[in-house]
Design a protein around this ligand. Structure first.
Ligand SMILES: [Fe+2]
Ligand SMILES: [Fe+2]
Length: 264
């Protein structure tokens, strides 16, 4: 039986919320019937309690368990809260910044790549990577293993890459592959990018594939900024084959615009 994941990112609740977009998302989720919804950070724009509550209400209305990780915008903008209690509001909404979802066919591990002392850039510590490996090891035999974080590991295809990728991304990629990750999903750049690692680096003596997938932004905090699509990703895993379908917002609804398959 196919497993299905709905991946949304960068809602930026607190900026331009669009009831039409949200209603269409609820409709799409009802059609797809995903096993799990993954929300890869920047759920809010300023990390305020009311924004977190609205983001949570929307995501929890999609009819599936939610794996939500924080982005750089989910931290409080105010001092000293940003440094003294950086995760309080996120954890109030979601309990943890590193959640997990496990079923016989899917295993999703969430990682917190946002750092209070850096406004934009993200990273993962060695302790987080060790912990991620231990959590990936708990996957049911044969389950498809997914890692979710906010910061991108592959770049934006269009807009000049002003945003830096995840710190130490080579190291992180190799650690996650060694730990058994099949798919790594992220956001932050508000554009779709999907690639299998053998497409972008020479890997000698290791045939294990890992697909890196960045979702476009669901929100559109700066609509005047050229090159930022509004969209989401849908993953379907069947018999070891991953299909990534990118949907974009067009003509007042979500429309599938690209489909790539990996493995098999
Ligand atoms: Fe964002
Ligand atoms: Fe971000």
């Amino acid at each position: 039986m196919a497993a299905r994941i709905l991946h949304v990112s960068d809602l930026h609740v607190g900026t331009r919320e669009d009831p039409q977009v949200e209603a269409a998302l609820v409709r799409l989720a009802a059609e797809l019937g995903p096993d799990v919804v993954v929300a890869s950070g920047d759920l809010t724009n300023r990390g305020r309690r009311g924004e977190h509550e609205r983001a949570r209400n929307l995501l929890q209305s999609l009819g599936a368990p939610v794996v939500a990780v924080p982005g750089n915008h989910d931290l409080p903008y105010t001092f000293p809260a940003r440094f003294t209690t950086p995760w309080r509001e996120f954890e109030r909404a979601w309990e943890t910044t590193e959640p997990m979802y496990a079923s016989p066919s899917l295993h999703v591990v969430g990682l917190n790549s946002a750092r209070p002392y850096r406004h934009q850039s993200g990273g993962l510590s060695d302790a987080q990577l060790r912990d991620a490996a231990a959590r990936l090891e708990q996957a049911a035999p044969g389950a498809y293993r997914v890692v979710a974080l906010h910061h991108h590991m592959i770049g934006a295809p269009w807009r000049a890459a002003r945003k830096r990728p995840l710190a130490r991304r080579n190291h992180v990629l190799h650690e996650l592959v060694a730990a058994g990750a099949d798919l790594i999903v992220a956001g932050h750049i508000h554009q779709a990018a999907v690639s299998e690692r053998h497409e972008f680096e020479v890997v000698s003596g290791d045939a294990r594939a890992v697909v890196v997938s960045i979702a476009p932004g669901l929100g559109q905090p700066r609509p005047q900024r050229l090159g930022e699509a509004r969209g989401l990703q849908v993953y379907e895993i069947e018999a070891g084959v991953l299909t990534v379908e990118t949907h974009i917002w067009r003509g007042g609804d979500w429309a599938a615009t690209a489909r790539r398959s990996f493995g098999g």
